[in-house]
Design a protein around this ligand. Structure first.
Ligand code: 9MR
Length: 355
């Protein structure tokens, strides 16, 4: 799932122009971190709200202006680089690693003691052409991927709290997606990737991240089988990410999503909503669409809050001005002028644990 994201903004205000330390965070403030180390957030009780995170890209961080950074620092406690850590960005040509854009985001997060979710090491998309169009034996591609994962995870060791090690390995009907990794290495690429990431940073929490598994359906069942099998085999998987890219006419009832989360929590894994947005375009009256969108935000946040293992909700961006699905779909909690939408208030309300 992806849509090429193009952004054109005229403002050129650096993030440094904005004072950090603004208060008003939704979830409890992260524990005091070691000097220079990102804070590690663990939801220690069901009475503690899940942390709120955001996907951030370097274009917005550099050029969107002070309101972007103010909103980010005031309300969000963790960061996921939106695309800067994809393989095509980090190793555009073999052996040539380009970390600068992702480093900028990680440095910003570390400076503000915001944990970073590394996204993503192994995916079917954003694979550089030298890999896609190469002629690989299984052993050669395994060696290439081992080197890639080791290089990237080692580079960010101690600066990135957790990684989406494998992203979107399943098809909608629950089969293994026929990526180059699956075709050449076979399904073992998943467990190998986790092992290699763990070797490179034993302290990082390692996730499998998927979309469309928020319902009790064949894809979710296949995800559960895959993840429980990894756990049973002693593979160092620490968490499952549910992306939650939802639509006004395609979103799970709260009881169903809560049930899915509880099922995975029973495996002893940390859970996160990793890419929440709600496609809310269309011709229906705007007020109605925004109200429906808010209800979905509240449902997802409340489902996470109800399951203690669900420790974080990350929205896939902050403002409708910068979203992979286009501003007209108004998918995020803040509008193009950084005004809080009904979705923002619903998200905050849903994150507050009940009972
Ligand atoms: O939002 C991201 C978009 O800007 C990028 O062009 C695209 C390819 O890197 O990735 C988008 O984010 C995807 C994420 O990495 C994985 N889950 C689906 C997201 C939307 O396609």
């Amino acid at each position: 799932m992806f849509g090429k994201f193009a952004l054109s903004l005229g403002l050129t205000v650096t993030a440094a122009a904005v004072l950090g330390g603004l208060c008003g965070s939704v979830a409890s403030a992260a524990p005091a971190p070691h000097a220079g180390q990102p804070a590690v957030f663990n939801r220690t009780s069901a009475a503690e709200a899940p942390q709120l995170g955001a996907a951030v890209n370097d274009v917005m961080l550099d050029k969107a202006g002070p309101r972007y950074v103010q909103t980010l620092l005031a309300h969000y406690r963790s960061i996921t680089p939106e695309w800067e850590m994809e393989m095509s960005q980090l190793e555009p040509s073999r052996g040539h690693f380009t970390f600068a854009r992702a480093d900028q985001i990680v440095a910003f997060a570390n400076r503000h003691h915001m944990p970073v979710r590394g996204h993503t090491l192994v995916w079917d998309e954003m694979v550089p052409s030298w890999v896609l169009h190469g002629s690989w034996t299984r052993a050669q591609l395994e060696s290439m991927l081992h080197t890639y994962i080791t290089t990237v995870v080692s580079h960010y060791r101690g600066k990135v709290e957790e990684w989406d090690v494998v992203n979107e390995p399943l098809t909608t009907d629950g089969h293994m997606r026929q990526s180059i990794w699956e075709r050449v290495i076979g399904p073992d690429y998943v467990s190998l990737a986790f092992r290699w990431a763990h070797e490179a940073d034993p302290h990082a929490r390692l996730f499998l991240n998927e979309y469309g598994a928020e319902w009790n359906d064949p894809k979710e069942h296949a995800l559960y089988q895959l993840v429980s099998g990894l756990k049973a085999a002693g593979i160092p998987i620490g968490g499952v990410g549910f992306q939650a890219h939802l639509l006004l006419d395609a979103h799970p009832p709260q009881a169903e999503l809560t049930g899915v989360l509880r099922q995975f929590a029973a495996l002893g894994l940390r859970l996160e909503i990793t890419e929440l947005d709600v496609r809310a375009g269309g011709s229906a009256p705007l007020a109605r669409r925004m109200a429906e969108e808010a209800s979905i935000y509240r449902t997802v946040a409340a489902s996470c809050a109800a399951v203690r293992a669900c420790a974080r909700v990350t929205t896939w961006g902050i403002t409708d001005a910068a979203t992979w699905i286009g501003t007209s779909n108004r998918p995020l909690p803040f509008d193009t002028h950084y005004r809080a939408k009904p979705a923002w208030y619903a998200l905050r309300a849903g994150l507050t644990p009940r009972g």
